[in-house]
Design a protein. Structure first.
Length: 307
C-alpha cells in the first residue's frame, strides 16, 4: 500500500489558506518528499506523518517556492534522531545549491547523499520502489517524477511442478530469490505468471505541456499536474512564464489516460478555482482540484477487479 499526501497546492508564495506545493508518500516504512518550499514542515506536522522516515527528497527545480524550506526540514529530520543517510535528488547543481542553504543548517547527525540529474531521463531504485525523473520544459532545468511499485505475477503451482522444482523452494522463489540447487539455477520466472498491475503516481509542476509528460503519466493511478492558471485570458502569461493552464493539464491527462488527474500549483491570484472545473472535465472527466492535505491510500488492483 502506498500512502499519498498532497501537502500543499500553491505556487510562488504561501497563503493563509494555501501552502506551497509539495508531495509526500509512504511505503513499507519509507517516506519520500517531492519539493519542500517554505512551510513544508508545518504541513508534514499537520498531516501527522513522521520526519524520521523520510529517506529521500526529490526537487523539481531550484526556485525558492520549491526548495527554500530545506534547511528547516533537514534540522527537523535531525531532531527526529535520524542517523541513516538521506538521499537528495534534483537537477545538476543540487549539491552546490544545498551546500549554500546549509550555511544555516551546518550540523546534522546524518550524512547527505546526492543524485544529480543530467540526462533527459534517470531511474533510481530505492526501498522497494522506482523513481523515474524526466526533464520537462520550464525556464530553468526542471524535472517531473514518477513513483512506481511493481507487482510480481501470481504463483503458479502447476508450472513449479512441471519444472520439477522441490516444494521447499516455492516460497523463496515466490519472494524473488534466485536459488542454485545441485548445479541447476532456479529463478522466479519459472514459478510466476506475467507481472500484474502495480502502483504508479506521476508528479510534475512548473512546465509547459510536452509529450514526455504524457508518456510518463501513462498507467498512473494519480497524475498530479500543475494548473497555474484557470482564467482563459491567462494563456499567454502561462506561455511567457513557462507554466500551464488547467486546460493544458487536462489535455495531457486525456493523452495519458491516468485513473485520476489532480491539479496543483495554483497561482496566488487564483480564487474560486472550482467554477472552472466544468470546462476542465469536458476535456478529462476524472480531473479534480488538489487541496492542501488531500490524502489517499493506493493498493494493488487485480485485473479482474478492475474490469
Amino acid at each position: 500500500m502506498l500512502d499519498v499526501a498532497l501537502l500543499g497546492t500553491g505556487g510562488m508564495m504561501p497563503l493563509p489558506y494555501r501552502r506551497l506545493t509539495s508531495l509526500m508518500t509512504r511505503y513499507n516504512g519509507s517516506s519520500l518528499l517531492i519539493d519542500c518550499g517554505e512551510g513544508t514542515q508545518v504541513a508534514i506536522r499537520d498531516q501527522g506523518w513522521s520526519f524520521h522516515s523520510i529517506d529521500a527528497i526529490c526537487f523539481t527545480h531550484f526556485h525558492a517556492d520549491h526548495i527554500s524550506g530545506l534547511p528547516g526540514i533537514l534540522l527537523t529530520i535531525g531532531n527526529a534522531e535520524r542517523t541513516n543517510p538521506l538521499l537528495l535528488i534534483g537537477p545538476r547543481g543540487l549539491e552546490r545549491v544545498v551546500s549554500s542553504l546549509r550555511i544555516i543548517a551546518p550540523e546534522l547527525p546524518f550524512p547527505i547523499e546526492f543524485h544529480e540529474l543530467a540526462s533527459p531521463e534517470d531511474i533510481i531504485e530505492l526501498n522497494g520502489y522506482r523513481i523515474t525523473a524526466f526533464r520537462v520544459h520550464h525556464n530553468v532545468p526542471c524535472y517531473g517524477y514518477s513513483l512506481e511499485i511493481d507487482r510480481a505475477g501470481r504463483f503458479d503451482a502447476e508450472r513449479a511442478k512441471e519444472a520439477d522444482i522441490p516444494l521447499r523452494f516455492w516460497s523463496r522463489l515466490q519472494k524473488g530469490e534466485i536459488i542454485e540447487d545441485g548445479g541447476r539455477l532456479l529463478t522466479p520466472d519459472m514459478v510466476l505468471g506475467p507481472p500484474r498491475r502495480g502502483i504508479k503516481v506521476t508528479y510534475t509542476t512548473d512546465t509547459r505541456p510536452c509529450q514526455t509528460i504524457a508518456d510518463h503519466a501513462k498507467g498512473s493511478d494519480i497524475f498530479i499536474c500543475e494548473g497555474m492558471y484557470a482564467e482563459k485570458d491567462k494563456s499567454e502569461k502561462a506561455k511567457q512564464y513557462k507554466h500551464m493552464t488547467f486546460y493544458e493539464a487536462a489535455r495531457l491527462a486525456a493523452a495519458a489516460d491516468p485513473d485520476e488527474l489532480w491539479l496543483t500549483h495554483f497561482s496566488p491570484s487564483l480564487v474560486g478555482a472550482e467554477r472552472y472545473m466544468k470546462d476542465v472535465k469536458k476535456i478529462f472527466p476524472r480531473a479534480s482540484l488538489g487541496k492542501d492535505g488531500r490524502t489517499v491510500e493506493l493498493d494493488f488492483i487485480d485485473e479482474d477487479e478492475d474490469a
